[in-house]
Ligand binder design. Structure first.
Ligand SMILES: Cc1ncc(COP(=O)(O)O)c(C=O)c1O
Length: 290
């Protein structure tokens, strides 16, 4: 582990309508969100003091809560104003913002219809990894044994904590075996995504990416699809089977945290990060900094 533990950092956190000292942003051990994963959150990037696609992230947070059957008791505009003030108070220019909403501790049982809903926002300095040469080396993925469940087994469009249980298990397994991350298949055995990022495969000037019918259709994934038009790449959303992994020239992951991360291998399959990775990294970098 490196860096200062997250609960020991300095600054302020917005908690239920107030700015509180970082060390005072606490909750009770009998919190429903902790026991039953009734928690939703967002991950947002700050570039030069501005939150990239703030409105899209805010709307997804409220939609995630709705999908988890609770209502965030603050207006969306209030959340956004609080996030921007938080950046100023913590002097974060290039960093990350983490809004999180959860059910409180009034009841500990499966039913939690009357539990209070809480909202907190934290942010911290986290400059983007701008060294394109280092990034172009690419990361190594291992196919996970856990699979993304079918759409009738979880509200997959929600960015909800419960979905990260198998992501953490898969990532640990990959890291313990010397890989950087895991590639997750879905319940049918089709390629889905990485543990916290979407995946694109490139052949010539065509990007192939799995249909997001049981996993998050990431905001970065949608940005890349828009950028592809301007860069004169075609995007094909389709079923991708693991047996096809040897058919592509390049591969990259997309996500707010991952940005555009080239992949050098998935299990025994090799990719050489090249023009497509370079084109999309450059276009994404200029878009987020515009
Ligand atoms: C499971 C999962 N898939 C995909 C993504 C990419 O989403 P976005 O581009 O909106 O950050 C994330 C990150 O939030 C994620 O956690």
């Amino acid at each position: 582990m490196s860096g200062i533990p997250f609960d020991q950092r300095e600054g302020v956190i917005w908690l239920d309508g107030e700015f509180v000292e970082w060390s005072q942003a606490q909750l009770h051990v009998l919190t429903h969100g902790l026991h039953y994963a009734s928690t939703v959150y967002e991950g947002e990037r700050v570039y030069n003091g501005k939150i990239f696609k703030l409105r899209e992230h805010s709307e997804r947070l409220y939609r995630s809560a709705q999908l988890m059957d609770f209502v965030i008791p603050y207006e969306l505009e209030e959340l956004e104003a609080a996030s921007l003030e938080l950046l100023q108070r913590n002097k974060v220019k290039d960093g990350y913002v983490r809004p999180v909403a959860w059910r409180g501790s009034e009841m500990i049982s499966t039913s939690a219809r009357f539990n209070r809903v809480h909202l907190a926002i934290a942010c911290w300095q986290w400059p983007s990894y701008f060294d394109p040469a280092a990034r172009m080396t690419g990361i190594r993925l291992k196919t996970a044994s856990w699979r993304r469940p079918p759409p009738n087994s979880s509200p997959f469009e929600a960015k909800a904590s419960g979905h990260y249980q198998i992501a953490t298990l898969s990532k640990h397994d990959a890291e313990n075996s010397g890989y950087h991350d895991a590639l997750m298949l879905d319940w049918r055995g089709q390629v889905a995504e990485a543990t916290s990022a979407n995946v694109f495969f490139i052949k010539g000037r065509t990007l192939h990416t799995p249909l997001p019918d049981c996993f998050l259709n990431g905001i970065t994934r949608q940005t890349v699809t828009e950028l592809a038009k301007a860069l004169d790449y075609q995007v094909v959303e389709r079923t991708i089977w693991p047996t096809e992994l040897g058919d592509f020239d390049e591969c990259f992951l997309t996500g707010t945290a991952a940005e555009i991360t080239p992949v050098q291998s998935i299990d025994e399959w090799r990719y050489v990060p090249g023009d497509a990775c370079r084109d999309f990294i450059a276009a994404y970098t200029s878009t987020v900094n515009a």
